[in-house]
Design a protein around this ligand. Structure first.
Ligand SMILES: Nc1nc2c(ncn2[C@@H]2O[C@H](COP(=O)(O)OP(=O)(O)O)[C@@H](O)[C@H]2O)c(=O)[nH]1
Ligand SMILES: [Mg+2]
Length: 338
């Protein structure tokens, strides 16, 4: 236990010093399925919570191939030029299956990953215990504690992870490209309604006019939608990650968004709501861990059954002992069977 305390303190120190290697290791700790690691993760997060929050959290979604990674790399340059540190967390529901998209992202963000003021992390969603993007919240807090002032969470717009991401960011950006017409390029309609801004990207070369036409379509569509609970009126813009056109405007929109929501108090309210939702979700997750996933529990259960069967132990006492075994397994760090 003492060495684990010591290790937690090392993590804490490294993160607060902005050490990217320690930060990456701490995120790996969060993702560990060992319960021992999970209690250490709990401890670490708890010591860092007071150092988190000083950032703008931006969710970026859009269909595969729409240009999210390219956009983020160009956008990150603007952020870095403005003197801020940026962390990019990619949630990739497909990466475990194909392995290809991680490679693609890495290649495209190669320049960015070399910059010491940037931190890039791809989480294959398949490894998460409690569903897509389970550990993204933890990663956001750790990055904030490490001094990253802009946090970008990239997710593929296939419908699995957007709602989860929307519930952990301040600002939600949807990327689309020209030629969508009425059908939404495989994007669920609800996602359009969640967007704080829609950017029609790849607005360069011959694509400028089609992009503007799509912009007008979306402006019209959004006009028909209800105002957001935040009071913010969603914007529709065009941009190009290749030429950089429109990117400073998007940065301005995000700043304006934050300013407006800070002034109404919605910014804080929203974050508080997200925190309590996380609390409830994690409690439900802990309750959902099947006790029989632990070897120790199933083994003890078999032994206790024999005692009960032979009338050597009361059924009530056996049940209580089995519960104790379960609690000990949770605390002691036994690995799940599965
Ligand atoms: N012309 C043009 N092509 C782009 C732009 N952004 C991305 N692309 C191209 O679109 C393809 C998919 O981009 P990528 O960033 O990997 O998309 P993601 O799957 O959404 O992350 C790549 O071949 C990019 O070079 C842009 O602004 N203009
Ligand atoms: Mg990508």
């Amino acid at each position: 236990l003492n060495s684990s305390r010591h290790q937690t303190e090392e993590y804490r120190k490294g993160i607060l010093e902005g050490d990217r290697v320690v930060l990456a290791k701490a995120i790996t700790l969060m993702e560990s399925t060992l319960l021992r690691d999970q209690s250490q993760a709990d401890e670490l997060l708890d010591t860092l919570i007071s150092h988190s929050g000083n950032s703008i959290r931006i969710g970026i979604t859009g269909a595969p191939g729409v240009g999210k990674s390219t956009f983020i790399e160009s956008f990150a340059k603007i952020i870095l030029d403005s003197g801020k540190k940026i962390a990019v967390l990619t949630v990739d529901p497909s990466s475990q299956l194909t392995g290809g998209s991680i490679l693609g992202d890495k290649t495209r963000m190669e320049n960015l990953s070399k910059d010491p003021r940037a931190f890039i992390r791809t989480t294959p969603a398949g490894i998460a215990l409690g569903g897509v993007a389970t550990h993204t919240r933890e990663s956001i807090l750790l990055c904030e504690a490490a001094g990253y002032e802009v946090i970008v969470v990239e997710t593929v717009g296939t419908g699995q992870s957007e709602i989860a991401i929307k519930n952990m960011v301040d600002f939600f950006l949807l990327l689309m490209q020209a030629g969508s017409g009425d059908e939404l390029q495989g994007i669920k309609k609800g996602i359009v309604e969640m967007a704080d801004t829609i950017a029609i990207t790849k607005a360069d070369g011959n694509n400028i006019n089609p992009a503007r036409a799509t912009q007008a379509d979306f402006q019209h569509a959004l006009h028909l939608l209800q105002k957001q609970p935040s009071g913010w009126i969603p914007k529709v813009v065009t941009c190009s990650a290749l030429t950089g056109t429109g990117l400073p405007e998007i940065k301005n929109i995000i700043e304006e968004f934050k300013k407006q929501l800070l002034s109404t108090g919605y910014f804080e309210t929203n974050r508080q709501r997200q925190q309590t939702e996380w609390f409830t979700a994690h409690f439900n997750y802990l309750l959902s861990i099947n006790p029989r996933q632990f070897h120790e529990v199933t083994q003890t259960e078999a032994k206790l059954k024999q005692l009960v069967h032979a009338n050597n132990l009361s059924a009530r006492e056996a049940a209580r002992r089995l519960l104790d075994t379960y609690h000990a397994a949770v605390k002691g760090g036994e690995k799940f069977k599965g």
